[in-house]
Structures are given as C-alpha cells and as structure tokens.
Design a protein around this ligand. Structure first.
Ligand SMILES: Cc1cc2nc3c(=O)[nH]c(=O)nc-3n(C[C@H](O)[C@H](O)[C@H](O)COP(=O)(O)OP(=O)(O)OC[C@H]3O[C@@H](n4cnc5c(N)ncnc54)[C@H](O)[C@@H]3O)c2cc1C
Length: 447
C-alpha cells in the first residue's frame, strides 16, 4: 500500500487524488486543506453567478467521496502554526503540494495602499465568503470604480459591481455581501488595460456576457481600437482574439443609450499613480497613455489622464507564495520541479511533488489542472516502488491529532453544507455560504 498526502483540495489536488486512485488500486490518499471547506478557488474564486462552472464542485466532490480518498480540512501545512513539511513527509510515502497561487501581483505605483484600493482577490474573497476575508467597506460612497486589468477575473469583478439584487439573490453569496452589492450606488466601472484590445486576456464568452447585463451599457472608444494595429486586418488574428475584437467593435459602433450603469472598456492606459481624494481615500487613478511600440508591446507617450474613482480593484495576475521547508523560485512564483517532481538544489527530491498553479504558475482554466495533475501522478507512480519501502505510521490521523490538529473530516464538511442550506432556507434563499471561521468550525463540529 502507498499512502499519499495531497496538500490542497482545489482542482489540482482533487484531480491528483482522482488520477492516483484510478490508476493504482493500492494507493490511499489524504487530501489536506487549511480551510474546513474543500474545492479551492472553485468555491472561493469562481464567480457566484457562474452556476455552471460552480457546479464542477459536484465532480470534485465525487473524488473526495472515493473510498480510498479522505478529506482532512482545517490542516495548515507550513507556516508558524502549521504542520511542518518535514513532519508531513514522515507520515506519508509521498506528498503532492497543490496549494495554488494565493497572492496578487502588485502594481508597484504610489498610492497603491490607499484606503479604497484593493486587490481583486480581496474583493473576490469577500463576496465568495472566504473565512480570511474582511468586510473592508468596499462600496462605501462609491459611484465610480476602476478595475485595472483586462483578464477574466477583471471581467468577473466588473460584472459583480453592476449586478443587481435580483440576479445575486439566487447565488450562494453570503448575506452581508449580497446586501452591500444590492444597495450599491456604483454607476460607472472603468476596466482598463495598458496594452491594446487584441492583447487583452479575457475570453469571448466572459466578455460578451457584459453586454447582456440588465440596465448596463458597455462602452468602447473607437479611437482605442483604431490605435491597435491588429484592427487593420482582423482576419490575420487567431480566432479567439478575432472574436474579442468583433465584440469590441460592435460596442464601439453602438449608439450611446441612457442606461443606469456603464462599463467603460479602456485600452492603452498604464496606471502610474493612485491619487487620494479630499477624504484621504482613493479619489482617482492617473494613467499614462501608451502606444504600440511596433514589437507587440507598448511605450509611454508622456500624456496623462485621470479617471475619477472611489474604488480601485487591481487585477493584474496571481503569484504563488513560498511554503516553509519547500524550495521556491521567487521570480516565477512556483516550486521548481521537473514533470511534477520537486527539485532541491537541482535534483529530484524523493517523495515530494507539485501540481496545479504552484507547479506551472497561475494560468489556464480549471480543466488545465487535469493533465497537469496526470503528469505529476505519472512521475509519482513511476517512483512508487522505491517510495513504498519506507516505514510510515499505519494511519497518519492519530499522528496529526497528537500534533494538536483536529481535522474537519468529510462528515464535518457535510455538516457545513447542511448548515449553509439551513441558513439559506431561513433567509428565503437557496444555499447561503457561511463566511467566518467560528461559524464554519462550529457547523463542522455539530456533526
Ligand atoms: C477569481 C478567480 C476566478 C476564476 N474563475 C474561473 C472560472 O470561472 N473558470 C475556470 O475554468 N477557471 C477559473 N479560475 C481558475 C481556476 O480557479 C484555477 O485554475 C484553479 O483553481 C487552480 O487550481 P489549484 O488547485 O492549483 O489551486 P486552488 O484552487 O487555489 O487550490 C489550492 C488549495 O490549497 C489550499 N492551501 C493553500 N495553501 C495551503 C497550505 N499551506 N496548507 C494546506 N492547504 C493549503 C487552499 O486553501 C486551496 O483550497 C479562476 C481563478 C480565480 C483566481
């Protein structure tokens, strides 16, 4: 028998566990997560109004219910209060780290830390009920918001800012966030990219969805499109970019209606400073206009533009964080590895593996993690004969408990699910997520 710990129950952790138990009948897997709830960013990142993608939780759930897979929530690996990596290694034949990329890239501009300037992650975590998230009063006195970045997460947060109560109520969003968003006075959202429209990273489906939001007009400046050399001949573009360009061109030529809310998609603007308003909070964002440099990049023009805003959400990408005891490449934000085998001083470290965002960086969709996990499992199973010969405890659970850790097991998670269904019923809604540590742990322990 081979005992494997998978650290992280997001898509890459679940796909790793699935591939292991499907391919080897002798493997037993414990999936550990620092949170009492499984599914990683599928629960705490995917937008609540994207029910179809959220429903992928059902597939991941089947993995965690497999009779040779065990979910152990509330187990932090590494960090000052966590289970040391070395200790975990002693309990299992192999450990696969699937811990994702937990932090945001920063802009590195003055004013970035003013009140009212937040990372998209902070905002997403709040409306997704992540127990570490705080209610920062994101929408207090906000009429105009700037979203910096033109990827799918930027599209998600822009959309959530203009969604109405009627559309949010059926989601599992926590009640506090729903009340705040429903009462929001936001009328203008400016989503801004420093490069051209054909270089934006959003996908056409997500982009197009913005055009269908009730009482909201999407505006695109035709001058921004004209500046992008690729617009001269859209047929030369790859299909995905061409479809985006066609959607943007449609909005640029549409008559200006009198919608209650607007989403302005802006391009060729590089943020240079976040400016304080009279109240010491964010008042505007100063951008430098950029222009194509002829090599696929952009260059500054020395011309500036201020966009008034009381809220700034920075969405310029994610970064992995180092885990104590594991090697880390700070420039890539990943754990150095070869086909999923963790490299220590350039050599494969026996029994240590990575998969998902911490292995390859924060790119791709949920499904991209499946082949990524498979590659890691190939490496692990090829190493298995050597790994299985090491003596380990018969069951790591008593050892975890001896280390002062009382994991949330699968029945505990089912109790949380029941508590969320009951809360929803009390509020006249569907399932409503519990949003703080105490309530989650209390629900888990009432099993
Ligand atoms: C805001 C947002 C929205 C997205 N929306 C979509 C979408 O609509 N469609 C789509 O296809 N993709 C979407 N993605 C991408 C998708 O979520 C990722 O591809 C995927 O979640 C990456 O999987 P992962 O398992 O590597 O990381 P994660 O999903 O982040 O899972 C990592 C897990 O590890 C746990 N963990 C971290 N550190 C530790 C530790 N030290 N000890 C124990 N546990 C730990 C975390 O709690 C977490 O559960 C979105 C991403 C973001 C950020």
């Amino acid at each position: 028998m081979l005992r494997v710990a998978v650290v992280g129950s997001g898509p890459s952790g679940c796909y790793t566990a699935q591939s292991l138990v499907e391919r080897d009948p002798e493997v037993h897997v414990d999936v550990l997560d620092r949170l009492p709830c499984p599914f990683g960013l599928v629960r705490y990142g995917v937008a609540p109004d994207h029910e179809k993608i959220k429903s992928l939780q059902g597939n991941l759930r089947t993995v965690l219910e497999h009779d040779r897979v065990r979910f152990l929530g509330g187990v932090q690996v590494g960090g000052p209060d966590g289970l040391p990596v070395e200790r975990l290694r002693e309990m299992y034949h192999a450990v696969v780290y699937c811990v994702g990329a937990a932090t945001d890239r920063r802009l590195g501009i003055p004013g970035e830390d003013l009140p009212g300037s937040w990372s998209a992650t902070e905002f997403v975590s709040w409306y997704s009920a992540h127990p570490d998230a705080a209610d920062e009063g994101f929408l207090r006195d906000v009429r105009s918001a700037v979203v910096i970045g033109v990827g799918n997460v930027a599209v998600d947060v822009a959309r959530m800012l203009v969604r109405g109560a009627g559309e949010l109520r059926p989601t599992d969003m926590p009640q506090g966030a729903l009340d705040t968003l429903a009462a929001s006075g936001v009328t203008d959202v400016h989503m801004v990219g420093r490069r051209g429209p054909t270089q934006a990273r959003f996908t056409t489906k997500e982009l197009r969805e913005l055009g269908g939001l009730p009482d909201t007009a999407v505006r695109v400046d035709p001058a921004d499109l004209a500046l992008d050399p690729a617009f001269a001949d859209l047929s030369a573009l790859p299909a995905a970019q061409r479809r985006n360009a066609e959607v943007l061109r449609g909005w640029a030529s549409a008559p200006r209606g009198d919608a209650e809310r607007h989403i302005d998609l802006r391009f060729f603007l590089r943020p240079v400073e976040i400016l304080a308003g009279g109240n010491g909070r964010v008042g505007a964002v100063r951008f430098e206009r950029t222009a194509p440099d002829g090599h696929g990049g952009v260059t500054g023009t020395g011309r500036y533009e201020d966009i008034p805003a009381q809220l700034v959400l920075r969405s310029v990408g994610y970064r992995g964080v180092a885990l104590d005891g594991l090697p880390f490449d700070p420039s890539a934000g990943t754990v150095p590895n070869e086909e999923g085998r963790v490299l220590r001083d350039g050599a494969a470290s026996p029994g240590e593996y990575v998969a998902g965002w911490i292995k390859r960086g924060p790119t791709g969709v949920i499904g991209t993690n499946r082949p990524c996990a498979k590659e890691t499992v190939n490496s692990l199973l090829a190493d298995a004969p050597a790994l299985a010969s090491r003596e380990i405890p018969a069951d790591p659970l008593p050892a975890l408990r001896a280390a002062g850790i009382e994991p949330v097991t699968w029945p505990g998670w089912l109790s949380i699910e029941r508590a969320e269904a009951e809360l929803g019923a009390r509020l006249g809604r569907n399932v409503v997520k519990l949003a703080d540590w105490d309530t989650l742990l209390e629900a888990a322990r009432t099993d």
